[in-house]
Design a protein around this ligand. Structure first.
Ligand code: NAD
Length: 375
């Protein structure tokens, strides 16, 4: 039997006027989940379901509060009629997960009455979303059905396109010219996004430097891109003598040790939570580095997932059709959004992470929830 309890955590250091924080438990499947809805001013909250073996309940609460807030900022800046939410399921996904548990989690999502839409995150997969979809329609990140109108499927290439567009805004800010042609770019992590980003950059005549901890992907890249690519050691890639450093692997790569060693004048990549601490935003500014805040430049993924949800559930909030082209045109606006972030940062003399937060807050705090809800 699924039980539901509203958590009273308004004194928690990560609490930020969250609208709802609900804990769900089910003895039969062992489900212990928390769903946090940070803000729905722009629409229903969308954010992944993280399945992780948190040591303490407080660690799970902290994560869900922090991550749901981050989604509000990301979707607002991406120009999506979506709010910020997140779910966590406590436990090791390899040990606790079952189809039944995912279906019960779907019931929990359904009980949020459309204020929260779930999707994949660390520990959850497309297969899990299929199980969740048996109990609720408030789920995104499902596999492409039919031709998917070109808006469903793997978001990584869309994220890569957004990063590519964002790097042009960075180049304009740094060099007064958005062209990437002839520039040197170092990509840290040649996974789903990094590899697709490399394809865009090579077409533009960029000289690439890449690193990954897995040799096979580097061999493939060498075969595909040939002379335009140089392979570097993963521990050295951030120090490469390049124009642009693109972190596309793990978070917290910009820290007290790496920042003084970075030679690139621009940092922009897909990795989430690139700054080890908030103060590193200012440290990058002090070094004269143009930093594209991660959640602003990597929002192609949430846009892709959002479009897939709007399309599949026929909850299209736009006056135009949801096609691959309209989705990519939406993602391309990352270039313009970053331009606004840089202008605000220049005008106010503040670091770009701070100006990005201010811009996002202007967007989501100004809107009333009834205007654009898509739930
Ligand atoms: P991925 O797992 O496909 O690729 C990550 C790559 O980084 C792998 O090839 C891995 O071997 C490599 N790597 C790991 N540690 C490394 C290190 N120390 N040095 C160099 N390479 C290393 O992941 P992805 O989907 O490409 O996502 C990359 C990053 O972007 C992640 O931080 C992810 O959270 C973020 N992101 C992804 C999307 C998306 O649509 N996939 C959207 C937004 C943000």
């Amino acid at each position: 039997m699924l039980s539901r309890k509203v958590l009273e955590v308004s004194n928690h250091p990560s609490f930020d006027n969250h609208e709802q924080i609900v804990m769900f438990e089910d003895e039969t499947t062992g489900l212990q989940a928390i769903i946090a809805v940070h803000n729905t001013n722009l629409g229903a909250s969308l954010g992944g379901c993280r399945i992780y073996p948190y040591a303490e309940l407080d660690d799970a609460i902290n994560d869900v509060l922090r991550l749901s807030k981050g989604m509000t900022y990301k979707s607002a800046l991406a120009g999506l009629p979506l709010g910020g939410g997140k779910a966590v399921i406590i436990g090791n996904p390899r040990q606790i997960k079952s189809a039944d548990m995912m279906q019960v989690f779907g019931e929990a999502v359904e009980q949020m009455d459309g204020s929260y839409i779930t999707a994949e995150d660390v520990g959850s997969t497309e297969a899990d979303m299929i199980e969740i979809a048996k109990s609720t329609s408030y789920v995104a990140g499902l596999p492409e059905i039919g031709d998917g109108e070109g808006v469903a499927g793997n978001p990584s290439p869309v994220t890569a396109y957004g990063v590519y567009c964002g790097l042009k805004a960075c180049a304009r800010e740094k060099y007064g010219d958005p062209s990437l042609s002839g520039r040197k770019v170092a990509i840290q992590g040649m996974g789903s996004v990094g590899y697709a980003l490399a394809e865009y950059l090579v077409k533009d005549g960029v000289e690439l430097f890449i690193a990954d901890i897995h040799a096979d992907v580097l061999d493939t890249a060498k075969d595909q891109f040939g002379q335009q690519i140089t392979i570097l050691n993963p521990s050295e890639i951030h120090k490469a003598d390049v124009d642009i450093f693109a972190p596309c692997a793990m978070g917290a790569g910009l820290n007290d040790w790496t920042i003084p060693e970075i030679k690139a004048g621009i940092i922009g990549g897909a990795a989430n939570n690139q700054l080890a601490e908030y103060r590193h935003d200012q440290m990058l500014k002090d070094r004269g580095i143009v930093y594209a805040p991660d959640y602003a430049i990597n929002s192609g993924g949430i846009t892709s997932v959002g479009y897939e949800y709007f399309w599949r559930t026929k909850r299209n909030p736009y006056s135009y059709e949801l096609t691959h082209d309209t989705m990519m045109a939406h993602v391309a606006r990352i270039e313009e959004t970053l331009g606004r972030i840089f202008t605000l940062s220049d005008n106010k003399g503040i670091a770009t992470g701070e100006s990005s937060d201010q811009l996002a807050e202007e967007i989501f705090k100004a809107r009333a929830s009834t205007q654009t809800s898509v739930a």
